[in-house]
Design a protein around this ligand. Sequence first.
Ligand code: C2E
Ligand code: MG
Ligand code: MG
Ligand code: MG
Length: 280
Amino acid sequence: GAKGDGRRTYRFFETGMDQRAKTRRSLELELRQAISDGSLETYYQPVVNIEDGKISSCEALLRWRHPERGMISPAEFIPIAEDSGLINELGQWVLNAACAEAVNWPDHVRVAVNVSPVQFRSQSLALNVAAALAASGLPASRLELEITEAVLIRDDAALDALHQLRKLGVRIALDDFGTGYSSLSYLQRFPFDKIKIDRSFIRDIAGPGASSSIVQAVVNIAAASDMTTTAEGVETAQQRNLLYILGCTEMQGYLFSPAISAVEVRRLLLTHSGMAMSAA
Ligand code: C2E
Ligand code: MG
Ligand code: MG
Ligand code: MG
C-alpha cells in the first residue's frame, strides 16, 4: 500500500545519502594518499595571445588518475579537498609542481595556478607561495595566481593576503568572472592584473542574448583599469573572431589546446612559434 511504498522510498533515500557520504569519505582518504603516490598529476592549458599567436602563459590544472574509478575531474575532488582541509596540502603541492615545471619554459611564458578560497583562510598563503618560488628559482613575475570572487566576499583578511602576494611580485587574476556573486564592485576592491571572462559568456557570444555586450563591457572596464582580459573556453573560430573584434586578445580553450601533460607542454613550447590564427 501507500504506507509501505513511503517507507521503502524513505529507506532508499537514506541508503543513497549513506552511500554518498561513504564514497566521499573514501575519496577523501584516497586523495590524501594520491598526493604522495603519484596518481595526481598537474596538466597545463596554454593561453594564447591572439595578436602574435604566442603562448603567454599556461594554467596548471589538476588531474587525478584513480586506480579503479579512472580519471576524476577536479570539479569533483576539489570540493572534497576543500571540505576536509586537504586543499592546503594539495594547493601547496600544485604550487611547487607548477613553479618547478615553469622554470623549464621560455622566459616570457608564465604559469597560472588556481588558489582556493580556503587557502586564503590559512595565514601562511603568502609564505607558502614565497617558499614555492624560492625552491624552484622561478621569478615571482612569472607566477600568476587565479582566484575567484568568493575570496573577496568572505573577509578583509583575504584582501590583506592579496596585498601580501602582490608585494611578492606575483600577478593576480580574477577567475570565472561574471558567475556566482559577481559584482563590478569587486573590481574596485583589489587592482587585479587580469580578468578571466567565464566560459558561459563565451559559449553564448554569437547568440541573440547580451553575452557579447557583457564581454565588450568587461574588456572596456579592464582596459580602463590597466587589467588584461582572457576569454575562457574558446571552442570555435567564430567565437575567436568575435572576441578579437571585441578587443579581447588573450584566449584559452579547446580551439587552441586542452590541458596537456608537462612533457607535452614542454615539447609544445620548444617547437611553438604561433598557433592562434592557424588553429581552426
Ligand atoms: P578553471 O580554473 O576555471 O579552469 C578552466 C576549466 O575549463 C578547466 O577544467 C579546463 O579544462 C576547462 N576548459 C578549458 N577550455 C575549455 C573549453 O574550450 N571548453 C570546455 N568545455 N572546457 C574548457 P578542469 O581542468 O576540469 O578544472 C575545473 C576546475 O577545477 C577549474 O576551473 C578550477 O576551478 C578547479 N581546479 C583545477 N585544478 C585546480 C587546482 O590545482 N587548485 C584549485 N584550487 N582548483 C583547481
Ligand atoms: Mg582557473
Ligand atoms: Mg576559470
Ligand atoms: Mg571556470
